[in-house]
Design a protein around this ligand. Structure first.
Ligand code: ATP
Ligand code: LTN
Length: 334
């Protein structure tokens, strides 16, 4: 009997620290849901984490395991999906080199994330500029059909499509053009302290960011003291970025539509609404926190998952790289 061919998803989150609610609602929660309908490669882009030095190598090793434990606690299932570390599969950097040779350098200087991350830095490494090419290689190596990411990564996926097209035209039809997959709700979760800014790990104001695995009383306090707007009424509006953000968070965490939240909480005042948001977030996160605590203690289990994922991914990567090297004129791959 012919095996059903599932469409392929490739995505990952950088091991730069602990997940926040933006990473979860904008990305990982959806990956969890998508893994049953697609063949998924959820990897840990640890080579990307070298692009903003200085960093502590021993910390990076630790956060790589931690990120895997967070993936698992968020429901990514190693029996269903391929989970691995980027640096352990040969082919990502090789393909990045090939792709870099067909991309005009000006396109890299125009990337929004490069401009933002290189601002006010004493040292900007070439890796930061090259980063989108490595990301394109991550995606094209597995011939992804679809790349689920938050809004901020859309431009990188568009560059990947451009690179795939350039390669196909320069050599011959090889890569699928991947589609970015961006959720309508929670594509950009905002800071609780400044709802015009994206919620971020690197935000200096720690009260604006909810970490998934921080103590629940801290989460409660942060949501209760979220900045809201003058006025009243629980509905989304550009004049009410604070309440809009909280409505989206509640919709995302409870899998409901924004309109349903607006209906349900119509008569609430801001204080009561914030309490409901805090309670819903905590109730959702509690079992995940418990699971994370168990997983992070079991490094040999985490290692075994990475080994299994790596073996599977390596086979696919070898297949693609043999094809690519042949097409670009190398004698053989490896
Ligand atoms: P930060 O800016 O907080 O350091 P990041 O963008 O580097 O985070 P990653 O861990 O690399 O975060 O991203 C993992 C996924 O989470 C990506 O798909 C990214 O688009 C998404 N993401 C990050 N921040 C948010 C947010 N505030 N709202 C929605 N999605 C987000
Ligand atoms: N750049 C992404 C992380 C990332 C990625 C990828 C996401 C690296 N390679 C391939 C999707 C597909 C980020 O910063 N979140």
């Amino acid at each position: 009997m012919e095996k059903e061919h599932k469409q392929i998803i490739v995505t990952g989150a950088q091991p730069t620290g602990m997940f926040h609610l933006g990473n979860y609602l904008g990305a990982v929660k959806n990956w969890q849901r998508l893994q049953y309908d697609y063949e998924c490669f959820f990897f840990i882009p640890n080579l990307h984490s070298m692009t903003c030095p200085p960093y502590v190598p021993a910390e990076l090793r630790k956060t790589t395991y931690s990120l895997l434990a967070q993936y698992l606690a968020c429901g990514l299932d190693p029996k269903v999906s391929h989970l691995f570390a980027q640096s352990e599969v040969i082919g990502h950097t090789e393909l990045a080199w090939v792709l870099g040779c067909i991309l005009p350098v000006g396109q890299l200087f125009r990337m929004t994330q490069f401009k933002a991350k290189s601002q006010d830095k004493d040292f900007v490494g070439s890796g930061l500029l090259y980063y989108p090419i490595l990301m394109a290689a991550d995606i094209l190596l597995y011939n992804a059909d679809c790349v689920p990411v938050g809004e901020d990564q859309k431009q990188h996926v568009e560059l990947t499509r451009d690179l795939a097209q350039r390669f196909n035209q320069t050599f011959s039809e090889t890569f699928v053009l991947p589609e970015p997959y961006i959720m309508k709700t929670c594509a950009r979760v905002h800071s609780l302290q400044d709802p015009t800014k994206k919620m971020s790990k690197s935000d200096a104001n720690k009260n604006g960011t909810i970490l998934l695995f921080e103590p629940v009383d801290a989460i409660y306090k942060k949501i209760k003291s979220a900045v809201t707007d003058s006025g009243s009424g629980i509905f989304c509006s550009p004049e009410k970025p604070g309440i809009t953000n909280l409505i989206e968070i509640l919709a995302g965490i409870t899998d409901r539509r924004v309109e349903d939240i607006e209906d349900l909480y119509k008569g609430y005042n801001y204080g009561d609404f914030k309490r409901c948001v805090a309670e819903a977030v905590i109730e959702h996160l509690k079992p995940m926190q418990k699971r994370y605590e168990e997983l992070i203690k079991d490094q040999s289990y985490l290692r075994a998952i990475l080994d299994e994922g790596k073996a599977f991914a390596q086979e696919r990567a070898n297949r693609m790289m043999s094809k690519v090297y042949r097409k670009v004129g190398m004698l053989q791959y490896g």
